[in-house]
Design a protein around this ligand. Structure first.
Ligand code: FES
Length: 154
């Protein structure tokens, strides 16, 4: 779907901007909002480029640089931190050989930290793209990552 079509689908009202940005990012195979899309969006919605960038930069879920097919976002807010978010981070880093902010060499995973995902009751938690995972431990991490790698090998 083109940016123009996405805007048409939601309607070019300002209150739809976040959903539109979300869809634009999701349909990009490298999971980010590229410069061309921002300019196109600005034209379609009659919102200045600087305002679109400012809005998108406010949210950690949006990126202006290419990322992996699967974006892993580990919650770093206090409830998750207390219950072992650091261990989760380290397990992912060692399993995928990446540090926070990096993408694996095969372009499959990007690892990021994020603030509260709104599921503190199942801390420590993370999201992989749109899916939430809670009550994490190292064993669960290996299993989840293994399942995705397995799926991608097929
Ligand atoms: S603090 Fe981690 S989900 Fe809320």
């Amino acid at each position: 779907m083109t940016t123009k079509e996405i805007v048409k689908k939601h309607g070019n009202k300002r209150e739809n901007l976040l959903q539109i940005l979300h869809d634009i990012q999701n349909q990009n195979p490298a999971n980010y909002i590229c410069k061309e899309d921002i300019y196109e969006l600005s034209k379609e919605m009659k919102i200045p480029v600087s305002e679109i960038k400012g809005t998108a930069s406010f949210y950690t879920m949006f990126s202006f640089t290419p990322r992996g097919k699967y974006v892993i976002r580990v919650c770093e807010s206090p409830p998750c931190h207390i219950l072992g978010a650091q261990t989760i981070f380290e397990a992912i880093e060692s399993e995928l050989s990446v540090k926070a902010g990096e993408t694996t060499d095969d372009g499959l995973f990007t690892l990021e930290g994020t603030s509260c995902l709104g599921v503190c009751g199942v801390a420590p938690a993370m999201m992989i793209n749109d899916e939430v995972y809670g009550n994490l431990n190292e064993e669960k991490i290996y299993k989840i990552l293994g399942q995705i790698q397995e799926k991608e090998r097929k």
